[in-house]
Design a protein around this ligand. Sequence first.
Ligand code: DC
Length: 232
Amino acid sequence: MPIPDIIIAIDGYSSTGKSSFAKLIAGKLGFLYLDSGALYRAVTLFALDNGMIYRGVIDEPALRKALKVLKVSFKPSAESGKYHACMNGKNVERRIRTLRVSEYVSNVAELPFVRSYVDNILHSYGKKGRIVMDGRDIGTAVFPYADLKIFMVAEQKIRAGRRLREMEEKGEKATLDEVLDNLKERDERDSSRTVHPLSKADDAIVLDNSYMTMDDEMDWLEGILRERWPQK
Ligand code: DC
């Protein structure tokens, strides 16, 4: 399907399947997939590695100073060609996905100077279009001019079930109630922070995938693309 060099912004709650959907869309259109959360995770990893988070408290002045020289970026992997997060030139994709990073990333992502640091990097990848980026504020703050904005939602219990299955596959143990509590806390945190909270852009299309398969989601997308960019 010939599509112009557009930016597709995908936002939504945790465990709504944003990254899986974004990756499929990017693959289908031959676009670049970028996971904005990976950069917040890389900054968090850096702060943890350098003793800037102690007993849950972030040393904000030290982190602010360090960000002036820290280089966080996306780079294509030699094997797969897929883009991964790098910190000072090193691939940190695996290290940013640990529970330790997940525990602190929301607090780090709340800091206004961290948000503007990450936003600057994200903007640099949007100049030529042809990207699918997912996150919490892509359609509202990072690329408010994105050509297509999708806001993903799903019932909380269904999201908790998906998250639990992912954790079980990685050998992590938890109950559905624990996962549900954590999800509620993250929903609340992401939606209520003062800088760039998670919220639907006025011109975003809502996709509720509670009872959809990936194939259903791709059919849904195809309908939207045909409607917006009809083939001549
Ligand atoms: O998508 P994720 O769980 O990897 O995101 C990690 C954290 O970063 C999560 O707490 C939400 C935050 N985040 C954000 O505030 N804005 C974004 N655009 C992307 C992620």
